[in-house]
Ligand binder design. Structure first.
Ligand SMILES: Cc1cc2nc3c(=O)[nH]c(=O)nc-3n(C[C@H](O)[C@H](O)[C@H](O)COP(=O)(O)OP(=O)(O)OC[C@H]3O[C@@H](n4cnc5c(N)ncnc54)[C@H](O)[C@@H]3O)c2cc1C
Length: 812
């Protein structure tokens, strides 16, 4: 029987690669009084049967960071903990069938370069030199990743476990957690071997995370949004030619045919073929297929029929593969969150609880994930912005049906490209505003924002709305003339945009205003006005931004991004003193943005409001006979008002506004308009990768008061920020605008990165917002922006906005 300690600072539930890496990194951070509980032997979940591929490739900046950390750790771990491991850094060749795929590779190469990795994009003629057995006739090129390889997942886990134990952390194997309770400030973790009390607890239960998550529901938790998919790879018999080659040339690089959707890896002198098949299969998702009590070290029955197309395709691509028969099939459970990324960070709704679970690439990500988890636990903040993996990105609308539909879709398109105008169909229409019918009959092409459907752009009869038309990184497409016209309507007349699903929070209770004031570096606006407030962490990095309406000492209302719903509510309540509550009213109002130089004229005939009230004013009024709140703001950077109304009244107000000449526009136009104004979006431009000073938020900082991050920001102010937020225009526009994290160059030196890019229809240029080395931010400085691998000369703009720098139109 395991000798369980009665108390640990942190208890981790689950001893797969991720849980053990979390324990290792906690110990590395000096938190050695930590305990990992594993119901069976370490690796009993998904880890033991994983193929162990370790790519660095990702199109997500955060995920690439995490994987890069893993790979660098795995190279030195065996020596550091004296635990030899089979880790082969073979490199990989990722094939492209199309030029759009080559563009994706160029982008990943640029991001890799920014992170110090030497990914290479190679032409068709160069592929054979890296991988002699491949058929080339239908290829466009490839990406070579020198850091890719494969590791033995069990050895990796054991090495991390050894390292953690050497530092003093404890692991109790064959100890199943059976429940959770609270006793005062402590968690009581119940196991089949007795109880352990702890300060903080981590759900690292892999594909069993939903079951573990249920125990946290009485303490504010939610149902873990995930599904379990079946994932297979097959191992072939040995191939003499490969055996001969190995003796002289070593192991082949890993080959990924992402357009056909499989990887092919040399395994000893045979192959390992692993497809992500379209006809994907979920398990344990229906009442007739209940979740098993225990599936440790078990597999699903082989299901090779599902893989037939992929096997044939791979044999045609690498004819050598066809020489060998199948020796063994591995079909195991693999967890999927709706977007295929893990749940890594604070557990939504629950204090002192964290998640490091639902990893689909948990071997290559375990190292980095352990570091991130340890930072969350020990510091409450992470080195890299990790929003793309933050569990709070899914909110209440991500129910089981949604999670399943998205998991099946995401698995089947694991290697798919995610083009800006493509909308994946599964899980649509989760949250519909009462305007949905009006929007779609006006031609709206919709997209979800935290489940809320909003118009992206308005199509006209005859526009090509096919899936194929969206398969491009280019600006041009059926949407382009429509977005141009929508921007022109906002510039010259009046547009109306339904912004459904804004997050609306109220902080109330004695001292509510002081509480919000203590969290933000900004000065709260006076009553009757709306103002932007920024919230920093201890390093002065920007955690979030909210619009604040400061009604009374005991009531503050805040409006924030739709996707920030749980994140921002938690930022307010987690630190709230007793007596302060945070309530969410997001579904109780609809917002219509009415904006453009004619906005006043359009509204005038419909409202009793005083439309002469200034920019940032708030007033209650009637529009089209309905009671509304009018905020004099416009994210489009024109004269405008946000009309906030009860959802049921939105159709009448919409009809009145459009009847009076307001032209419907969509989120794509709003994005272009706000970029010309230099307005930042949360997690688009504002993130914990940058400080408030780097982001140019100086004028929002009230230095006279105390706030989180002040010490760090004072020091940074004294030294001068190393980089600054800028607007750039590309001198000669290419076919595409700069995507997130495109490199900015000064000759051959990388001097920054872009954050947002779009065509600015009012200024007639491809505009990028980005972060640039501080000595280069003077207006007129010439740099180059790398867009999908091609460098474009660009000019740094002055500190004011490109469009209406004096805000004359906004205040007009
Ligand atoms: C066929 C296949 C091939 C794969 N290939 C790769 C690959 O090449 N590269 C890659 O990066 N990823 C791959 N994966 C994915 C990878 O296996 C997982 O992402 C990874 O193993 C997840 O690790 P984990 O620690 O999060 O979860 P797990 O390994 O599932 O560990 C969770 C642990 O929690 C324990 N546990 C659960 N409930 C309790 C409880 N109540 N009390 C105590 N303990 C509990 C379980 O026993 C288990 O050991 C593959 C997956 C499959 C199915």
């Amino acid at each position: 029987m395991t000798d369980l300690p009665s108390h640990a600072r942190v208890v981790i539930i689950g001893g797969g690669a991720v849980g053990v890496s979390a324990l290792y990194h906690l110990a590395l951070a000096g938190w050695t009084d930590c305990l990992l509980l594993e119901r069976n032997e370490l690796t009993a979940g998904s880890t033991w049967h994983a193929a162990g591929n370790c790519p660095s490739f990702s199109t997500s900046w955060a995920v690439m960071n995490m994987q890069r950390h893993s790979l660098s750790l795995y190279r030195r771990l065996a020596a550091e903990v004296d635990y030899p491991m089979n880790y082969h850094v073979t490199g990989s060749v990722r094939l492209a069938h199309t030029q759009t795929r080559m563009q994706e590779f160029q982008r990943a190469k640029g991001m890799g370069r920014a992170q110090g990795m030497a990914l290479e994009v190679i032409g068709v003629a160069e592929i054979k030199a890296r991988y002699p057995y491949v058929e080339l006739h239908d290829l466009a090129g490839a990406l070579y990743d020198p850091d890719d390889g494969d590791i033995d997942p069990a050895q990796l886990t054991q090495a991390l476990a050894k390292g953690a134990r050497m530092m003093g952390a404890q692991i109790a194997r064959f100890t199943a957690v059976t429940g959770i309770a609270r006793a005062g400030d402590e968690w009581v973790v119940q196991t089949d071997k007795g109880e352990v009390r702890c300060d903080k607890v981590v759900n690292a239960a892999g594909y069993q995370a939903q079951r573990v998550g249920e125990w946290f529901r009485p303490y504010g938790g939610r149902r873990v949004p995930m599904a379990v998919m079946s994932h297979q790879y097959l191992l072939t018999e040995q191939i003499p030619e490969l055996a001969d080659r190995m003796a002289t040339d070593g192991k082949l690089p890993l080959l990924r045919d992402v357009d056909s959707s499989y990887y092919l890896r040399q395994e000893k002198a045979g192959f390992n073929l692993g497809p992500y098949e379209r006809n994907a299969r979920a398990h344990w998702a229906t009442p007739d297929d209940p979740f098993p009590d225990d599936f440790s070290f078990q597999l699903f029955p082989d299901d090779l029929d599902r893989l037939e197309w992929y096997v044939q395709d791979a044999c045609a691509r690498v004819p050598l593969l066809a020489q060998a028969g199948v020796a063994r099939v591995i079909n195991g459970p693999i967890p999927y969150a709706p977007d295929g990324l893990p749940l890594l960070g604070p557990m939504p709704g629950v204090r002192n609880a964290y998640e490091a679970c639902v990893f689909t690439f948990g071997i290559t990500q375990a190292g980095g994930a352990g570091k991130v988890l340890a930072e969350w636990v020990t510091q409450g903040q992470t080195e890299w912005d990790m929003w793309s993996c933050d569990p709070r990105r899914f909110t209440a609308c991500a129910d089981d049906a949604y999670a399943l539909a998205k998991a099946v879709e995401t698995y089947g398109h694991e290697y798919a490209m995610h083009f800006p105008h493509a909308r994946w169909p599964a899980g649509a229409d989760l949250r519909l505003s009462p305007l949905q019918g009006r929007l779609t009959s006006a031609g709206a092409v919709m997209a979800p924002y935290n489940g809320w459907e909003r118009a992206e752009w308005f199509a006209k009869p005859g526009d090509d709305l096919s899936w194929d038309a969206t398969q491009t990184w280019d600006r041009a497409g059926p949407w382009e003339p429509r977005i141009a016209a929508e921007c022109a309507a906002v510039r010259d007349g009046c547009g109306v945009l339904a912004i459904s699903g804004f997050t609306r929070l109220t902080v109330s209770g004695p001292g509510a205003r002081d509480h919000v004031d203590s969290l933000t570096c900004s000065r709260l606006p006076p009553p009757g006005r709306v103002g932007l407030a920024y919230f920093c962490d201890a390093r002065g990095r920007v955690v979030t931004e909210m619009s604040v309406m400061n009604d009374a000492p005991d009531r503050v209302r805040l409006i924030t991004a739709s996707v920030a719903q749980w994140h921002d509510a938690e930022h307010l309540w987690r630190q709230a003193p007793p007596g302060i509550s945070v309530t969410d009213h997001s579904d109780q109002a609809e917002c219509l943005l009415v904006t453009g130089p004619q906005a006043r004229a359009v509204l005038a005939g419909l409202t009793d409001a005083d439309l002469s009230r200034p920019w940032l004013s708030i007033q209650s009024a009637r529009v089209a006979g309905c009671g509304v709140t009018l905020l004099r703001v416009s994210f489009a950077g024109e004269l405008g008002w946000e009309v906030h109304c009860p959802p049921a009244d939105a159709p009448a107000i919409w009809d009145a506004l459009t009847g009076a000449g307001a032209v419907p526009f969509g989120m794509a136009a709003l994005n272009a308009l706000r970029i010309e104004k230099g307005y930042k979006t949360w997690k688009g431009d504002l993130s914990t990768d940058y400080t408030a000073l780097e982001l140019g938020l100086d004028r929002f900082i009230d230095w006279a008061k105390d706030f989180p991050g002040k010490t760090a920001l004072l020091a940074e102010r004294a030294a001068g920020p190393a980089r600054r937020f800028v607007t750039l225009t590309l001198d000669a526009p290419g076919a595409a605008d700069a995507p997130y994290m495109s490199n900015i160059w000064l000759d051959d030196a990388r001097v920054g990165e872009t954050l947002s890019g779009a065509w600015g229809y009012r200024v007639g240029a491809s505009v990028a917002l980005g972060m640039l080395r501080a000595d280069l931010v003077a207006a007129g400085t010439r740099v180059a922006v790398e867009v999908f691998g091609e460098r474009f000369a660009a000019t740094v703009q002055g500190q004011g906005a490109l469009w209406d720098p004096l805000n004359l139109r906004l205040r007009g």
